[in-house]
Design a protein around this ligand. Structure first.
Ligand code: HEC
Length: 677
């Protein structure tokens, strides 16, 4: 852990006040080693080493200047506003005075023999021996000259079972050129496919939507930093089959370099009992006109539950100047969260509060970022300035303030996620549409935004983007499948069938396409062909409960109840929590044309389970349950279930209500007849 301990206490440097000259050996060397050596050492990220006198001497004046202006060590948060943070890198006034006095005195070396011993070996892991080490499969060759490179690498994480991660340590491999890194987890093959499509190791381009920081965490790395392990009971979950998407920001060094980074994973013994969540404040409608030097982006959010605040991470690109976050408590008290007044794209970090603090429900979180798109901003990547809109590439702009919070319990976490997620997803849509307006040819962005629209039930918009995806990748079976499926959801059966058939021509073994084509054909009344495709889907994925259920329904409809019975059974085995196959099989056990195959007792068990799974509010399921009870001779229960079914029939479905009422009357008559007189 880099908890920076001040110099005072364990060492008493010769004070400038004594009149005796400060020397490198006596006081300065250990200070520079402890506060600068993580970066300023042979092979380090910084331009010179502070470990040996001959290397330091030529830089003495620059060092004095850097510490006086506090440009070094790099530490951005305004002191006293929001912190204290773990690992604060600021020098004290006394430390600055000591260095300045040494330089003023001519930067003397002093007694070389008395100089401090060399520092701890940073080459090894700093958190101990990792449980798992993942390395870039091949070194990446970085060119000698040119602009910064933002490159992404998908690394498989070989875990055989679910693991809980309490810490991740990043080793840049080549600290001269690795400027900063982000680590995201992708449970889908999306990142891997992008990486594979580029012949060199890694790829350049956007991060797929599926690759995210682990739930509740940001995993970043900046030079000299090691993120302290998660607090007790707060490990995050890593599932088998996931890839780690490593995003590297690389700065050419003037010579050709290779980079091969490694990541060490440290596992916790068991699952977490406190789960954090990262609230992302920030707007994605950024549209910064050229020349404007005070463009503001603001966002706010009122907490629906009490939380404990653990960490914070601002993110922006080159045009940001000032970054601020604060909280306003329900009683009006203002609590600063973070302020950075000289934002620098190159020194972004995630900050952990030394002491987590509680913000009660009703607290308003607020962020304000200020951007300068004028010529006066030395970091402006465009000369002359250009209009800059939201986007992930560094020539675009972003403005996020991530706040890591821990709710009091699982119910509060759930409430927070359900309250916050839709807001952030809606903001994602705004951002993606902005990116596509600037460049409509980014197929993956079309797919990602379509997925988001689908989550919000906005299928027409999703289909619009799937069409674009097909336009950009006419030979992709996945694109054809997505479009066909969207059209099916819209009820555009003719076109859906065309697209799904096209997907199958491109990939005849596409089980999901067979399944959805079956659904489209069945809706059009072509039961025969629907059954053929459902069969194919089941053959290709024998454990797919959805496909098994669909095939069973098609077989029922085409008069093959025996085979349907077997398939409902398999569908239930594949998805024990799905209500529909339970209810359908229960019904079949009541109405099978061969009375010998009917089984009222089993129908009761299945229908009871279906009712339980649907919360006893589905009229269809309750109706089947009533029928099963009646067949088993439990007429009181049959009457009660049918009455409950009637209660839940939606308004306007008088036909359904009438049918249930007729059956209810039947059960009542039967009951009356059965009563002993
Ligand atoms: C977190 C890594 C890191 C730490 C810690 C750090 N530096 Fe640096 N330093 C750099 C990097 C990287 C550069 C190269 C310039 C840049 O990227 O800003 C640099 C550049 C410098 C320069 C050259 C600046 C110039 O004007 O060209 C000086 C002088 C310097 N550092 C002094 C220090 C001193 C003194 C300390 C400790 C008190 C320190 N640095 C701590 C990373 C660091």
């Amino acid at each position: 852990m880099v908890l920076c301990v001040g110099l005072a206490g364990n060492r008493a440097p010769a004070s400038p006040a004594t009149g005796q000259a400060v020397t490198f050996a006596d006081g300065v060397a250990p200070l520079l080693r402890d506060r600068c050596g993580a970066c300023h050492r042979p092979g380090g990220v910084a331009p010179f080493s502070v470990l040996a006198y001959p290397d330091v001497r030529p830089w003495a004046r620059a060092i004095r200047n850097a510490v006086r202006t506090r440009s070094m060590p790099p530490w951005k948060p305004v002191p006293g506003y929001g912190g204290p943070f773990v690992g604060e890198q600021r020098l004290s006034d006394a430390e600055i005075d000591l260095i300045a006095a040494w330089v003023d005195a001519g930067a003397p070396e002093g007694d070389r023999a008395a100089a401090a011993p060399p520092p701890v070996d940073y080459g090894g892991w700093r958190l101990g021996e990792p449980d798992l080490v993942v390395e870039m499969q091949a070194p990446y060759a970085l060119q000698a000259e040119g602009i910064d490179v933002l490159r992404k690498f998908a690394l498989p994480v070989p875990v055989g079972k679910r693991r809980y991660v309490r810490a991740v340590e990043f080793q840049p491999g080549n600290p001269r050129v690795v400027h900063h890194a982000n680590m995201k987890i992708d449970p889908t093959p999306a990142s891997r496919q992008l990486d594979a499509a580029d012949p060199e190791p890694g790829y350049e381009g956007v991060t797929p939507f599926s690759a995210r920081f682990p739930f509740g965490w940001f995993l970043g790395w900046t030079p000299g930093q090691v993120r302290p392990p998660a607090a007790e009971g707060m490990a995050w979950t890593l599932d088998p089959g996931s890839d780690l998407l490593l995003e590297l920001h690389l700065t050419p060094s003037g010579e050709p370099e290779t980079v091969q980074s490694r990541i060490g994973f440290f596992f916790a013994a068991g699952p977490p009992d406190r789960i954090p969540f990262t609230i992302r404040l920030g707007k994605q409608d950024l549209d910064i006109p050229p020349g404007v030097d005070e463009y503001r982006s603001e966002d706010r959010y009122v907490l629906p539950v009490d939380v404990e605040v653990h960490g914070i991470q601002p993110h922006a690109h080159y045009l940001a100047r000032r970054v601020r976050g604060h909280a306003t408590l329900p009683d009006g008290t203002r609590r600063p969260l973070i302020a950075i007044d000289d934002w620098d794209f190159h020194w972004q970090d995630s900050y952990r509060y030394a002491e987590p603090f509680v913000l009660p429900r009703g607290t308003e979180l607020a962020m304000e970022f200020v951007y300068d798109n004028s010529i006066a901003n030395p970091a402006n990547p465009h000369a002359p300035p250009r209009r800059v809109t939201w986007g992930q590439l560094s020539a675009n702009e972003m403005g996020d303030l991530w706040i890591q919070v821990v709710p009091r319990n699982a119910a509060d976490l759930d409430l927070l996620v359900r309250d916050r997620r839709p807001i952030e997803l809606a903001e994602d849509i705004v951002g993606f549409e902005m990116v596509l307006a600037a460049d409509p040819n980014q197929r993956m962005v079309h797919d990602d935004v379509a997925l988001l629209y689908t989550q919000f039930g906005r299928v027409p918009e999703a289909v619009r983007h799937y069409r674009e995806s097909v336009r950009l990748a006419p030979d992709s079976s996945a694109a054809a499948y997505n479009l066909g499926t969207g059209l099916l959801q819209l009820g555009e059966l003719g076109e859906a069938i065309v697209e799904l058939e096209r997907a199958l021509r491109l990939d005849p073994a596409y089980a999901l396409a067979h399944n959805n084509l079956g659904a489209a054909l069945k809706l059009r009344g072509d039961l025969l062909r629907a059954t053929v495709h459902y069969r194919e889907a089941v053959r290709l994925r024998p454990g797919d409960g959805e496909a098994l259920y669909n095939l069973a329904n098609a077989l029922m409809a085409s008069g093959a109840p025996d085979e349907a019975m077997t398939l409902y059974g398999r569908a239930i085995a594949a998805r024990p929590d799905a209500a529909e196959p339970h209810a359908e099989l229960a019904l079949l056990l009541l109405i099978h044309p061969d009375p010998a195959r009917r089984d009222a007792a089993r129908a009761v068990r299945l229908a009871e389970r279906a009712a339980e799974l649907t919360g006893r509010v589905q009229p269809g399921v309750l109706d089947v349950l009533a029928g099963a009870y009646a067949a088993a001779g439990a007429l009181d229960r049959a009457v009660a279930a049918a009455e409950a079914a009637l209660e839940h029939v939606p308004r306007g479905r008088d036909d359904v209500a009438a049918a249930i009422r007729a059956r209810l009357e039947g059960y009542r008559r039967e009951r009356a007849a059965a009563r002993p007189r």
